[in-house]
Design a protein around this ligand. Structure first.
Ligand SMILES: Nc1nc2c(ncn2[C@@H]2O[C@H](COP(=O)(O)OP(=O)(O)OP(=O)(O)O)[C@@H](O)[C@H]2O)c(=O)[nH]1
Ligand SMILES: [Mg+2]
Length: 257
């Protein structure tokens, strides 16, 4: 079958058969979401769906998501949550719903176009080839990179956060705070989303830690991370404090088990 330059032929099996749900938490991402969804559906992965977990964004992201759902029937699921509860809570809800909707693989990514969609087939391919339970799009393995136009303090904060958490938890993962990754559904079920306590960004570290503690194989592939396209960061002081305390809590909890 002939395909146009913009719609490449579906990848061969088992890629094209893989039931993937990309879970995207959103808060004020109306300007970014349509492009993200368009790019994801241009990938040669016909069984890929998108789930948007929106926290009643004042900028109308929820309505934008509904329009996308109407355009791409059966490929976009929208969760309207009552208010801003943090990225971690939105992911717990969204991933739970993705599993209920029959996902075999769950991708986590930001809405702001920081995570280039072209890496999604590579994340899946690496998972299939290595038997990993979690494949992380990593900024800190050889070949990976942070956004060049990120201010120096953001680069320093990201590097410091990774160093700090790694020292405390002793994990051999280079990008522990990464937000772009693919999971096997059975690994998410094994970890148990009801065990996750994080409200904010420390969700990422908590999930990586639990995947490791449950004995699942974790592989990292390099990605180039971009500055957000439109809108503002939701990184607040509360989020930073929770991220600083979380590793201590995880360590203490795990000692008891
Ligand atoms: N549903 C929901 N989504 C959130 C919340 N906080 C952040 N997000 C989303 O989580 C993703 C990551 O948040 P960002 O603000 O981009 O965080 P960041 O990447 O550290 O910050 P920037 O680099 O400045 O963009 C984005 O898709 C946000 O819209 C929240 O409270 N609820
Ligand atoms: Mg961002």
């Amino acid at each position: 079958m002939a395909t146009s330059a913009s719609t490449p032929a579906p990848l061969p099996s088992p890629w094209c058969d893989a039931h993937i749900v990309v879970v995207v938490p959103t808060y004020n991402e109306a300007a970014n979401l349509p492009q993200l969804v368009e790019e994801l559906f241009a990938l040669p992965l016909p069984n890929l769906r998108v789930l948007v977990a929106d926290d009643n964004s004042p900028d109308g992201t929820g309505e934008v998501a509904e329009k996308l759902a109407a355009t791409h029937q059966d490929r976009v699921i929208v969760m309207h949550r009552p208010g801003k509860e943090g990225l971690g809570r939105a992911y717990v809800d969204g991933i739970g719903r993705a599993l209920d909707a029959g996902a075999e693989f769950v991708v986590q990514m930001d809405a702001d176009l920081s995570h280039p969609t072209m890496y999604v087939p590579q994340l899946l391919g690496t998972m299939l080839a290595t038997g990993a339970g979690l494949v992380i799009g990593s900024r800190y393995v050889s070949g990976g990179a942070l956004a060049e136009d990120w201010p120096l303090y953001r680069k320093a904060l990201s590097g410091w956060a990774n160093f700090y958490v790694k020292r405390l938890l002793g994990l051999q993962v280079r990008d522990l705070t990464a937000g772009f990754k693919i999971w096997r559904a059975e690994v998410l079920r094994d970890i148990g989303l009801d065990k996750i306590h994080s409200n904010g960004y420390s969700f990422q570290v908590e999930m990586h830690y639990l995947a490791h503690k449950h004995g699942h194989k974790i592989v990292e592939v390099p990605i180039h991370f971009n500055e957000r396209r439109h809108g503002e960061s939701k990184m607040s002081l509360g989020v930073k404090l929770e991220s600083a305390v979380m590793p201590f809590r995880l360590r203490r909890q795990h000692r008891k088990t």
